[in-house]
Design a protein around this ligand. Sequence first.
Ligand code: DAH
Length: 334
Amino acid sequence: MSNKIEELRLEFEKALTEAKDRAALESVRVRFLGRKSGFLTEILRGLKDLNPEERRLIGAAANRLKGEVEARLAEAEKGLQEKPRTTLDLTLPGPEIKIGHLHPLTQIIRESVGFFEKIGFQVREGPEIETEWYNFDALNTPADHPARDMQDTFYLAPGVLLRSHTSPVQIRVMEKEKPPVRIITVGRCYRRDAQDASHFPVFHQLEGLMVEKGTHFTHLKGILTAFLEYVFPFSFKTRFTPSFFPFTEPSAEVSISCPVCQAKGCASCGHSGFLEILGCGMVHPNVLRNVGYKSKELTGLAFGVGIERIAMVKYGIPDIRLFYENDVRFLHQF
Ligand code: DAH
C-alpha cells in the first residue's frame, strides 16, 4: 500500500510537468484530488477497511501526499499567472507605418505662395475654362498675333478654351479691383503640346501682378531675385535677358546659372551655362487700358513662373512626366 502511494507521487510529478495550461492543471487536480474518484480521495476513503496499524501509516502518508499535491498545484497555477498569456512581444518594433506627404508640386506651390504673402501679395483665383478675350485679346494678343501659336490650347466651344497660362487672372482682378494691386495666383494651365521630357498638356503656373504708381523695373528685379533665392537652396547668379510677351513692355526672361556645372556649360543646361526659369515684364499700357485703368498715371510689373520648372531645377528632375505618374518610388523622395 505504501508502494502505491509512492507510485502515485511519481505519476503526479509526471502529470504536473506535462500540464502546460490552466485546463491541464485542473484535470490533474481532478485526477488526484477529485471528490468522486480522485486517486488520493479513493485511498483516504478506503482507510476504514484497513487495520489500525496500517490505517495510521497509510493515512499519514496519504495525507502528506495530499498536502504536497495541493501545494504543488497551487504553485504551478501561480507560475502560469506570472507567464504572459500570449507570445506577443511588446518590445519588438512594430511594422513601419508609411505616412504620406505633400506632392512635390504642392510643396513648391506652398513655399512660393508663402514667400509672396510675406512681401505683401494677396492670393486670387481664376477659372481654368476661359474665354479667348481673357486668355488672349485683353492681354494684347489679338487673333492674328503669332504669339498665339506658342500657346495653342484646347477649345471647348468657339471663343471658349482651357487657359494656356495664368495671365488672364491679371485681367479678371484688375476689372474688379482698384489699384494699388499686388496679387498672385496659382493653378493649372493647358496647352496643345506633344508630351516629352519638358512638355505636358497640363502644367502649373504662378502669376504675379503689381500695379501702382511708381512701380518700375528695379522692383521687378528685386522681387524676382529674392523669390529665386528663397526657393532654390543652392547659390547661383540671376540673369535678366530681353524677351517678348505681348502683355509686357519691356519683357524679360529670367535665368539662373546652372547649379550642375556652375555656369561652365553641361548637358543639363544645353551647354549655355544658364537655365531659363520664368517670364516677366512691365505691364503693357494696352493691358491697363483694356481694364479701364489710367495707363498714363500707373505702371505695373508682372511675372509668370512654371511650377514644374522650379521643381525640376530645384530637385534635378529630368522628366516632367514623373510628376503625374503617381509612382511612389518617385514621390516618396521629396
Ligand atoms: N504667361 C506667360 C507664359 O505662359 C508667362 C508670363 C510672362 C507671365 C511675362 C507674365 C509676364 O505675367 O509678365 O508664357
